[in-house]
Design a protein around this ligand. Structure first.
Ligand code: FAD
Length: 413
């Protein structure tokens, strides 16, 4: 089987790249060991986060580090066994989170984020994907008025510097938007720009269908079988060996398993996350995704029910799921909203592919002609798939890209 480009990994990032390349006339073969969209892109909170101009830093205050070290919180947890392997990337993550370095990183992150709504809409407009998109923003709830004040200062800066829009809500304003919240909060920041997607997997599948309708091909295959040929690349697929002049590695948290074999060992680490769905009792509704900052969980209204998601779990990529954070969050979520029973017996788990400088890796694989990287999008890969797709396709076609790719280049590590 021959193609001009093989894209390895059919998550939001890989599918978006494949679609962009196909629209540019490339003969694209998209390869995944599963059906498209079943990795991290399946079960996230579904937010296209125009407000996320500041990436998630490593906490710098001692009190925060101590809180997390106690390993009892909902927003962050770790497997003791995994810590030795995580020390190096986490130290670098902490170092990059120092204010002076963080400011530069946030600039580069914001440059990607600024484009996310336009780039998603460029793929979605005129298709059934629009039915999954609700332009209602999301709500960041605060229990402590002082924390809300601090949050508002940051929001003001984001508005001033990056054109992000929000509305500050007091307790009454919040109750008007979300009348079925059962516990009072001091208030909320309503980020009004983001799009809330009611079925993240469904959106990946819509883009995958656009790719197939445009003549793109999808096949099951194992990316770790990738080998270099004198003039190109080969990978084993269910339909036999596939060969192409170029290959894109868009394997999310598993990307380094392939790149290491070609001499590139990025300091990639995973932040695992979980979800489970609930029904709502009586006539209750949830109009917006809410992030409860007091406890560190998210409730998102989805087609499948109210999706409860958790923060980060630091563990080996292959370690069995330990959805402890969900169990901790559930009683608190039930106090906030009249949740009915769990919809599915087993929680879902996905892995956010993270880098120590909080920026994705987009660009040529160092020292390997015809190979390209597109992974490490951490907390915002669902948001940034289409942006990455356009950026990488323009780079691969030798054009001047629509934004400067320098901060995301692979050889920065
Ligand atoms: C709980 C949670 C909530 C989140 N909320 C949001 C949000 O609201 N907004 C947002 O923007 N982001 C969010 N994220 C982050 C987002 O989900 C990820 O950044 C994004 O899905 C990464 O996309 P990807 O395509 O790089 O990786 P993935 O979606 O993981 O895709 C990688 C693909 O590679 C395939 N693969 C891996 N190894 C191999 C192999 N050896 N051979 C063949 N195929 C292979 C996998 O099967 C998979 O399909 C959240 C994440 C979690 C866990």
């Amino acid at each position: 089987m021959a193609a001009s480009v093989i894209v390895l990994g059919a998550g939001m990032v890989g599918v978006s790249i494949a679609l962009h390349l196909r629209r540019r006339g490339r003969d694209v073969l998209l390869v995944d060991r599963q059906e498209p969209g079943l990795g991290a892109s399946f079960g996230n909170a579904g937010l296209i986060q125009r407000e996320a101009v500041h990436p998630h830093p490593f906490p710098r205050e001692a009190s925060e580090v101590l809180r997390i070290a106690r390993n009892r919180s909902i927003d962050a947890r770790y497997h003791l066994r995994a810590l030795p392997g995580l020390v190096s990337p986490l130290l670098r993550y902490w170092w990059n989170s120092a204010p002076s370095r963080y400011a530069r990183i946030a600039e580069a992150h914001a440059a990607l984020i600024r484009t996310c709504l336009d780039e998603h809409l460029a793929l979605a407009r005129g298709t059934e994907a629009m039915e999954l998109m609700r332009p209602v923003g999301w709500l960041r709830l605060y229990a402590d008025p002082r924390k809300m004040e601090a949050g508002l200062l940051e929001a003001e800066a984001a508005r001033r510097e990056h054109g992000v829009n929000f509305v500050a809500l007091d307790a009454r304003g919040l109750a008007a938007l979300e009348p079925h919240l059962q516990e009072e909060r001091a208030g909320a920041i309503h980020w009004t720009d983001p799009i809330s997607v009611t079925d993240p997997h469904g959106l990946v599948m819509c883009y995958a269908r656009r790719f197939a309708e445009a003549g793109g091909r999808f096949v099951h295959g194992e990316a770790t079988t990738l080998t270099r040929l004198p003039a190109g690349w080969r990978v084993r697929t269910a339909d036999g060996p596939a060969e192409a002049e170029e290959v894109v590695i868009a394997l999310g948290a598993f990307a380094d398993r392939v790149t290491r074999r070609f001499g590139y060992a990025p300091p990639l680490f995973g932040k695992r996350g979980y979800h489970v769905h609930f029904g709502l009792r009586g006539n209750a509704v949830l109009n917006h995704t809410v992030v409860d900052t007091a406890h560190g969980f998210v409730l998102a209204p989805m087609r499948a029910g109210i999706r409860l998601t958790t923060g980060a779990e630091f563990a080996a990529v292959d370690a069995p799921p330990t959805p402890v954070q969900l169990d901790r969050a559930e009683p608190l979520a039930r106090r906030l909203l009249p949740l009915a029973e769990r919809v599915e017996p087993e929680p879902w788990m996905g892995i956010r592919p993270c880098t120590p400088d909080m920026l994705p890796i987009i660009g040529p694989l160092p020292g390997q002609r015809g190979a390209w990287c597109a992974f490490g999008h951490a907390h915002q890969g669902f948001t940034l798939g289409p942006t990455t797709g356009r950026l990488l396709a323009e780079m691969m076609d030798g054009e001047t890209p629509f934004l400067d790719p320098t901060p995301y280049r692979a050889d920065r590590f």
